[in-house]
Design a protein around this ligand. Structure first.
Ligand code: TRP
Length: 370
């Protein structure tokens, strides 16, 4: 296979095709088995944009997976991607509040600062500096074909493409490679960025070379897709703050009940689990299933002709019961912003050590050590 920059746009676009998705899912299962046997060969890195509180889509799509992997003994890096906030909006918004809210979410769900490093983009200069050599390894044609960037551009309405939006997948490659992570738990919308990251790592090796001749500086990072990677919003479309269809992890029980009442169902009182023909109803059943561990078909059978009202009552109970201990912890954590900031500063310091070491190697490979 040739690896000229102009060839990779198709690979990036193909990374979300059905066949590619099935391969990635199969590979994720293999990786899970390896982690269970020996977690020491992995470094996990993933993160979130601090654009609002984390919600149930995040929790079941990725956060629960992270906690499980962390607890299995994998060294874990979690990024608060503050520079990604400004890819699609003007200004950083109430960023301090959002970063602290995200810290509270993380710690409440079980991210353990003794096992995981939590840090922010803007606090790790070495990470950001990797963007420069990495940008030399990609073409604008390739970036323009990234399906996730295209979708995000469309979602912003008539905003023009900013340089940062166009290049953020390369910045995300720096997020992953600054700590040499080889495993990235993400949802499938992020697969093009993972492909881009592998392309950057490979081209860096080809163009700028190595420090240790026996191995490339950067690993080939793989995606880890979680089994339940899509929980939809209360209207049956992608859960997203801007659509107002979100249940936040930290919401109280009453707010949860009020929002679930407004969820979209359909007019058939007989509840069945049928994701193709009844996506909204089935999504709500799935939410119950994720919270209770019960099989969705059995949940539907148990509801029988309870109708949308019966289903919503069950959703409210299941969500409120499952998240009660997490929410209680979150309330305590949010009351102690000094502690949250300390945890973040400690994580930032560790991320800087790791990133500085990587940048030293990069400078050596590029013969830029002065
Ligand atoms: N782009 C991711 C999102 O929108 C967040 C993110 C930033 C990320 N850097 C990352 C995810 C690195 C995985 C790895 O959810």
């Amino acid at each position: 296979m040739t690896d000229q920059p102009q060839d990779a746009g198709d690979e990036l676009a193909a990374s979300t095709s059905d066949a590619s998705l099935r391969r990635t899912e199969a590979r994720s299962a293999e990786i899970e088995a390896q982690i269970a046997k020996d977690p020491s060969g992995f470094r996990v890195m993933t993160g979130d944009r601090p654009t609002g509180n984390l919600h149930l889509g995040h929790y079941f799509g990725s956060l629960a997976n992270r906690v499980r992997i962390q607890d299995a003994g994998v060294d874990t890096f979690i990024l608060i991607a503050d520079y990604q906030v400004i890819t699609d909006r003007d200004g950083t918004g109430p960023i301090q509040e959002r970063v602290l809210g995200m810290m509270a979410d993380y710690l409440a769900i079980g991210i353990d600062p003794a096992k995981s490093t939590i840090y922010a983009h803007s606090a790790v200069p070495s990470l950001n500096q990797l963007l420069l050599p990495f940008l030399s390894l990609v073409t604008d044609a390739e970036l323009r074909r990234n399906p996730t960037v295209k979708a995000e551009l469309e979602a912003t309405g008539d905003r023009p493409m900013s340089g940062l939006l166009l290049t953020y997948p390369v910045h995300q490659a720096a997020d992953i490679l600054f700590c040499k992570a080889n495993l990235v738990p993400v949802g499938k919308d992020q697969l093009p960025h993972l492909e881009q990251t592998r392309v950057v790592a490979r081209r860096f090796d080809e163009r700028y070379g190595r420090v240790d001749p026996s191995r490339p500086i950067f690993p080939q990072a793989e995606a880890l897709l979680s089994k339940a990677s899509t929980v939809l919003g209360l209207d049956g479309t992608k859960m997203s703050k801007t659509k107002g269809n979100v249940l936040e992890i930290g919401m109280d029980a009453d707010t949860t009940a009020r929002l679930v009442k407004k969820a979209v169902t359909d007019s058939d009182r007989n509840i069945t689990y049928d994701p193709v023909n009844r996506p909204e109803v089935s999504n709500l059943i799935m939410l119950v299933s994720l919270c209770t561990g019960q099989d969705p078909v059995e949940i539907a059978a148990g509801l029988g002709d309870a109708g949308g009202g019966g289903l919503k009552k069950l959703v409210t109970e299941a969500v409120n019961e499952f998240f009660a201990p997490i929410r209680a912890r979150r309330v305590e954590l949010a009351a102690d912003p000094g502690y949250l900031m300390d945890v973040l500063r400690t994580g930032n310091a560790h991320a800087n050590e790791v990133g500085d070491a990587t940048l030293t190697e990069v400078r050596a490979a590029m013969n830029m050590t002065y």
